[in-house]
Design a protein around this ligand. Structure first.
Ligand SMILES: C[S@@+](CC[C@H](N)C(=O)[O-])C[C@H]1O[C@@H](n2cnc3c(N)ncnc32)[C@H](O)[C@@H]1O
Length: 264
């Protein structure tokens, strides 16, 4: 662990994340799991948000093989989706990240019903990696439709069988790796049991954090949320025995996060 990082470990820092990240050594973070304030969709007390500077710092501090999960949706302005999500994704690529995967976070409900288009129920989860991800622990919870065993025997070109006397069979496990569309029941009482968290307008479901942290890191590694909000990422990181660093510019949200950490 880099000496200069130790003082930041397992802390919540109330400040502009660009300033804080610029004090980190380079190549020190295993996973960033975060969600930016997109398109001024919600009012985060009018704090400034300099996307390009944040993205550059994230590239600098991410370890080789480390991952950034950037959760974002687009708002619709004057009848058109802004496309900010895609522009940001391409900027991360320009910085040198690989766009490892474009995943979907599907919600159980929608905020703004529309009569002009289909109901909007998802956000993107862009998975950026600095080189190939060094850890991937896939979640295997997708039930396999048929659970069967099959013989190891195969017919060779000449018609005879391989493994002539082999009576053993290969078993198909009841669960396989899930797809890259992740569905969560969202909203009060579902995203988290912490009532205090709902004072923040845009919280992650805790399960989403659990699934990403388990997928891309191992215990003792460092999980960062530079736009921490109510602190969902860092709460779950702590529960999963990872080191965490949470940053938010709003004292109000840092207070919520500190309260939630007492429950972890
Ligand atoms: C979409 S919210 C994050 C919500 C979070 N995922 C959760 O589960 O609660 C984005 C957060 O970024 C914070 N923010 C905006 N600009 C910031 C900056 N420059 N530095 C640090 N935090 C900032 C806002 O205060 C807001 O809480």
């Amino acid at each position: 662990m880099e000496k200069e990082l130790v003082k930041f470990l397992d802390t919540i820092i109330c400040s502009d994340c660009v300033e804080v990240l610029s004090e980190f050594p380079k190549n020190c973070i295993d996973l960033t799991l975060t969600s930016p304030p997109y398109d001024a969709l919600r009012d985060y007390n009018d704090f400034s948000f300099d996307f390009k500077k944040i993205a550059s710092q994230l590239y600098r501090v991410t370890k080789k093989g480390g991952v950034v999960v950037w959760v974002i949706g687009d708002s619709t302005i004057n009848g058109s989706e802004t496309g900010v999500s895609f522009r940001q994704a391409l900027y991360f690529k320009e910085l040198g990240f690989a766009l490892h995967d474009t995943m979907i976070y599907q919600k159980s409900g929608f905020a703004y019903p529309s009569t002009k288009r289909y109901h909007q129920i998802f956000e993107y989860m862009f998975i950026f990696s600095k080189g190939r991800p060094k850890s991937f622990n896939p979640i295997k919870d997708k039930p396999n439709k048929t659970q069967y065993t099959f013989s190891k025997k195969r017919r060779k070109k000449d018609g005879s069988m391989t493994h002539e006397n082999d009576t053993s069979r290969i078993e198909v496990s009841p669960f396989g790796m899930r797809t890259n569309i992740w569905k969560y029941t969202t909203g009060r009482g579902n995203s988290t049991k912490d009532k205090i968290a709902f004072a923040h307008p845009a919280i992650f479901p805790e399960k989403l954090c659990e699934d990403h942290i388990k997928s891309w890191t191992n215990p003792e590694e460092v999980v960062l949320d530079p736009l921490m909000g109510s602190g969902t990422t860092i709460k779950v990181a702590k529960l999963l025995k990872r080191h965490f660093i949470g940053i938010d510019i709003s004292e109000e949200y840092c207070k919520i996060a500190r309260e939630r950490m007492k429950l972890a």
